[in-house]
Design a protein around this ligand. Structure first.
Ligand SMILES: CCC(=O)SCCNC(=O)CCNC(=O)[C@H](O)C(C)(C)COP(=O)(O)OP(=O)(O)OC[C@H]1O[C@@H](n2cnc3c(N)ncnc32)[C@H](O)[C@@H]1OP(=O)(O)O
Ligand SMILES: O=CC(=O)O
Ligand SMILES: [Mg+2]
Length: 333
């Protein structure tokens, strides 16, 4: 029996337990590395790194007078295709629907025969932004003869977006039934959120804690990945570690990053550690033995264990197995 496989089941004398994963399928996006779309050197470097996902940026990392340069550079890169099978997931962060730049981004980025598998849509404040985007993309992709959906990663980065979060996720799921987009993750845009609520980001980010936690909760309710905030103090790797540990402990599955030096730490800390995996394996084995003996609660390593703890252990095993099977194993670093 594969205890950590997607949707695997085991039966006790009284009930059948369905072991559903937290996310429907798992493409690891532990580190999402931005590279400014108009900077060919950084784009190439980012794509050569062993990072889960590269976000080729058309939005805030690109000056307003360089948007066209970003679109052209990214389109040329896409046309060449992945440089090797090890290439990270390619994604493009376009400009927001409200910016007035989004239509031009879509027609440029999705004009070639090779389109990015994943698009990042920033500043989604209301469901209507998603409806507009999905319609525009749908019209643009007509006749391209591809039934493959584009993965959609949604940015939540304003007070309004936090209030509308469940409605935004519901709309995203509904749109996926008829439009060529599949929502896969939410991104916590802490820095734009700070601007939206009138605060300045502090080192420990207490000012955004409520929103940071709410985003994880809603993401998981809709079976979406949750990608944590940028650590802008990129030379301080010790504080990056602390922020990764906190983000992972809150339930985030990955983190946005801005510099190559952040890749390794983030990708290691968003994978269960060997110690956690050993703990989880032992717990699952002990749980099965106790269930067979008719015991729902028992003691493991000094702690009371029952069904919720089994589910926590299964989450750890699922994430570890998924990362390994996708070739994104932390032991590679
Ligand atoms: C906060 C809200 C957001 O929206 S965050 C997303 C928008 N911001 C961004 O995209 C910024 C991305 N990062 C950067 O542009 C750079 O890392 C910044 C912060 C400007 C620092 O660059 P720089 O002074 O060149 O750094 P460095 O000399 O330490 O670089 C060392 C080598 O690494 C490269 N590098 C740097 N950053 C990236 C990156 N993001 N992607 C790919 N490569 C990167 C540099 O080009 C340099 O390469 P080399 O050693 O010369 O070959
Ligand atoms: O886009 C990211 C942010 O923090 O803002
Ligand atoms: Mg932002």
């Amino acid at each position: 029996m594969n205890i950590c496989g997607q949707g695997s089941r085991f039966t006790s004398a009284r009930r059948t337990f369905s072991l559903l994963p937290l996310v429907r399928y798992y493409t690891p996006r532990r580190a999402v590395l931005y590279a400014p779309g108009d900077d060919s050197k950084k784009l190439h470097k980012a794509l050569s790194l062993n990072v889960d996902c590269v976000a080729m940026d058309c939005e805030d990392g690109v000056a307003v007078n360089r948007k066209d340069a970003a679109r052209t550079t990214i389109t040329k890169l896409l046309a060449k295709g992945p440089v090797s099978t090890q290439t990270p997931e390619w994604s493009v962060r376009i400009n927001s629907v409200d910016s007035g730049l989004c239509a031009d981004d879509i027609s440029s980025i999705f004009s070639g025969s090779v389109v990015p598998p994943t698009v990042l849509l920033p500043k989604v404040d209301v469901s209507e932004h998603l409806v507009w985007f999905a319609n525009k993309l749908s019209t643009h992709l007509k006749g391209k003869n591809s039934d493959k959906k584009i993965n959609l990663i949604i940015y939540i980065e304003s007070a309004k977006a936090i209030l509308n979060l469940p409605a935004i996720c519901r709309t995203a799921k509904e749109l996926s039934a008829s439009k060529p987009v599949e929502p896969v993750a939410l991104v916590f845009g802490s820095d734009d959120l700070c601007a939206s609520i009138g605060v300045t980001r502090s080192e420990d980010a207490t000012e955004v804690m409520y929103a940071r936690q709410k985003l994880v909760l809603v993401a998981k309710a809709f079976h979406l990945q949750a990608i944590d905030m940028v650590h802008i103090n990129f030379k301080d790797l010790e504080s990056l570690k602390k922020q990764c540990q906190l983000g992972a402990s809150l339930g985030y599955t990955g983190k946005q990053i801005i510099h190559p030096s952040q890749v390794q730490i983030v990708q290691e800390l968003f994978l269960p550690s060997e110690k956690q995996v050993i703990w989880a394996q032992g717990l699952v084995a002990a749980f099965q033995e106790h269930q067979a003996a008719g015991k729902g609660a028992f003691v493991y390593q000094g702690h009371m264990i029952d069904m919720p703890l089994l589910r926590q252990a299964q989450n750890i095993l699922q994430m570890s197995a998924a990362a390994k099977s996708s070739g994104h194993d932390s032991t590679k670093y």
